[in-house]
Write a protein that binds this ligand. Sequence first.
Ligand SMILES: C=C(C)c1ccc(C)c(O)c1
Length: 400
Amino acid sequence: MPFNKDFKPVALGDTNLFKPITVGNCKLKNRVVLAPLTRMRAEHPGNVPNKKWAVEYYDQRSKTPGTLLITEAVFISAQAGGYDNAPGIWSEEQMAEWKKIFAKIHENGSFVWPQLWNLGRQAFPECMKRDGLRYDSASDNIWMDDEVKEKAKNAGIEQHGITEDEIKQYIKDYVQAAKNCIECGADGIQIHSANSYLLNQFLDPVSNKRTDKYGGSIENRARFTLEVVDAIVDAIGAERTAIRLSPYNTFGGMSGGYDPTLLAQYAYVIGELEKRAINGKRLAFLDIFEPRVSNPFVDEGVGAYDQGTTEFVFSIWKGIVVRTGNLALHPEVAKEYLKNKNTLLGYGRYYISNPDLVERLRKGLPLSSYDRPSFYAMSDKGYTDYPTYEEAVKLGWDKE
Ligand SMILES: C=C(C)c1ccc(C)c(O)c1
């Protein structure tokens, strides 16, 4: 893919983006963060990180020492999964591959935080039926969309509102997965409580119709997420624990900004995290998915929700924030965000196509466009074959 000719690069080397900051136990030399990016290259069966390509993929994106990388989302257990080609971190075989990946990132002087994932109703129903697993969510049969409802019916599996005992088991699975990450060498973990996956299905009243202590009020809908936070903090420490939230996301049937009460839900969760912080258990960072991207499946710049902002977060949370969402082509927005001294910037799609993105942002170098069709393809094409800027110039891309 050639350079993006429609984008005029801006050097950010003299901005706060390259001001060192300590996150947890990690002394970062820049504030560029590899955002968690599912790439669907894990091996099936076994949900094992790709043995041929994954080490190289993360090696290429961690070359600038002192960079924070959040891995692609990682299933905490088979029951939390439901995609054949996404990785887990519950088995020895999976852990053996992650150890190699984490070691390579550390060899480059960078840091790695796996994102802990639990799909809920975003799982493929047919996979759960095939594997003799439940097809879980916050409530029975509140479908993401009619297509999924039909797939579940054809597979002969109901969508199951999980019981309190099953919630307790998931919390144990989150803790074990977090411990496995640290055993494999990770610097910390990020709890995925965003983008319509299971914890988000509990936070959002559109999917959570429960009448027990996990539903029916802002406090109750936040309970599962906060119990996961507390259990993981107790197991590995607050300085090794982060969380991702997406107040405005509409992907996966979530309410986003269209439910006026949703911001109150997130203000409550973040308020509870700040209360814990004041009591000595401050999470390493909050990763906030900006409404600049209300649905990650739509094209660059499409679908931004402009009726609200995440600025409320800063009235509550006094710790470190990663802000992610369509920033690579918008250095002016990046600079605005960087005025806050606790802010780091997450980069996703353009970090796929620019393995040396940190250096390109520092120097204001042209950005290679990405190839969306290969985002989730089982191939090294669109995964490890994107050139660095120097390699691209040798290929004559600057002459095109
Ligand atoms: C492209 C989307 C919406 C996506 C995929 C995977 C994950 C873990 C996520 O948070 C978002």
